[in-house]
Ligand binder design. Sequence first.
Ligand SMILES: Cc1cc2nc3c(=O)[nH]c(=O)nc-3n(C[C@H](O)[C@H](O)[C@H](O)COP(=O)(O)OP(=O)(O)OC[C@H]3O[C@@H](n4cnc5c(N)ncnc54)[C@H](O)[C@@H]3O)c2cc1C
Length: 427
Amino acid sequence: MSTTLAALPEEYLPRDTADVVRTVRDSRPQPLTVRGGDHSSEQLDDEPAPPDRRIVMSLRRMNRVQAVDADARLVRVQAGARLSDIDRTLAAHGLGLPIVGDHREITAGGFAAVGGLSAASHRYGMFSDNVVALEYVDPEGRFGTCGRTHHADRFRRILGGAGRTGIITALTLQAIEVDKDHTWLTSDAHRFLDFDTFVEHSHAEITRPGDALLQVGRWVDTAPLRVSRPVGTGNIQLGTVRFGQWSSLHPTTATPSLRARRELGARARKSLGAIASAAGGRAGMPVRNAAAGALMFAPKVLTLRDAEYLADTVISSSERGPAYRVAVFAPMSSYSTVFHRLHDLFADHRERSGAITVISAMTYGVRSPDLHESAGEDHGFITFTCRLRPTGTYSGRSGAPELVRDITSGIDDICRSERARRYHTPD
Ligand SMILES: Cc1cc2nc3c(=O)[nH]c(=O)nc-3n(C[C@H](O)[C@H](O)[C@H](O)COP(=O)(O)OP(=O)(O)OC[C@H]3O[C@@H](n4cnc5c(N)ncnc54)[C@H](O)[C@@H]3O)c2cc1C
């Protein structure tokens, strides 16, 4: 039985679409916050947000995989179904989801509501590109259906609408033929000390990925290291640590020795994750950083399923703290310029304000029919995460810091002049 609204619960857990309709109607005009796996709140590792007084509706109990049409390669699910569970069900039919998030708790509705990208986006676009039809409840509490071929405008508004344009209650998803547990991948990694060469290489790999099933480029650039002078006063500047890696994962044939290496790699990552999770406080920082670093160096051989959830093994243990994040879709004709300009923007702000410590970037290709239609070309996805000193110029989410305003307007300028688009955060 579902919770009733009369008691104004902190979290409302509908069982079916009728429950959702009732909740939306009863709660009006008070706005509702919708949640799937609530994973996106973990991404916002700024200072804690003030308590949300709005009614929260979580769809995690509407989690059934309702029907698989193996011939048409379609699956119909309730919005709260976890992508990892949908994928497991599809596997019994020789099928799988083309795009999954990197954590097992992510739900179909939550991922569709933000668009959803992965290291397979250079082949399959966004998760939302693979949604064929959906059922929803609009902000007035009316039930409706829409899809690629009916009410297409409404369909686009709800996909990527982060719950503001309608609550998704069920989805029909396009699957692909794949055996994720027996598709073996080998990682082809290139390392760089020079940012220009890294960007050039990323551009070439995104443009010509060959048979790579997954691809990702990562760049890390620390603030200049300063140490106290052994004699006298002041500091010695030791320079910055700058390095990057591009990884393409190609299909390979599993030999007994590859299988053994995969076992070893999987065990090592699991142990690292466990050790890092247990290493709390400042003392545990090096261990947690090592765990985050392990993500940059994907193991040499692994299955497609392992690769998709690689981040899940260790990322929750990675370093946290205030950060500024931005993600953009850059048309390939201006990809390199956008990448350089964003990097320069953050590096300049770091130099001037001293408020930014580590600048890191992640990138891969996105072949999204919807994005292609609007820009006439394919895109590269570029995200930057800048770690912020918790004190000084930056005073947290509630402080509306000048630094963040400056950076945001700089990013908007870059996007306008280079025809890039921001991948917006839902809140
Ligand atoms: C802006 C943003 C973009 C992200 N992009 C990616 C990505 O490309 N790849 C990746 O691996 N991870 C990404 N993440 C991480 C994110 O945690 C997950 O991708 C995913 O959205 C979380 O799924 P969830 O089920 O936990 O949804 P939640 O975290 O609960 O919700 C995510 C958003 O979707 C809305 N929402 C949830 N369920 C529904 C529903 N049924 N109907 C309508 N709206 C709903 C919520 O209101 C919220 O705005 C992103 C996070 C953010 C904040």
